[in-house]
Design a protein. Structure first.
Length: 107
């Protein structure tokens, strides 16, 4: 799983959080290839979705009696999909929290 997009997103969130708290932060490095935040976020969501679909397909094949599916590999794929989904939920929660903080700033 490529975590480059997630790392860039976390870097942007840290920079925004540092600016919101009044601390000086190092300028964020431009995203590789000129990707913007929305593209990185969409790409990360697509990867999580793909991981979940692959794990579900493996589980369905195992349940159908496909002998080419190894139980250990299926369980690892399901756990990987679960962890990646939980990570994405936490990122979403942080984004919502950051949005609410920005909306509550007195101008």
């Amino acid at each position: 799983m490529d975590t480059n997009g997630i790392e860039q997103m976390l870097s942007a969130l840290r920079t925004t959080a540092a600016q919101a708290s009044g601390k000086a932060a190092a300028p964020a490095a431009p995203a590789a290839g000129g990707s913007d935040f929305a593209q990185i976020l969409q790409s990360s969501i697509d990867k999580v979705n793909e991981t979940q679909q692959q794990a579900n397909q493996m589980a369905e094949k195992l349940a159908a009696g496909d002998t080419s599916q190894n139980l250990h590999e299926v369980m690892i794929a399901l756990q990987t999909a679960s962890v990646s989904f939980q990570e994405m939920v936490q990122v979403r929660n942080k984004l919502v929290s950051a949005y609410q903080d920005v909306m509550n700033i007195q101008v």
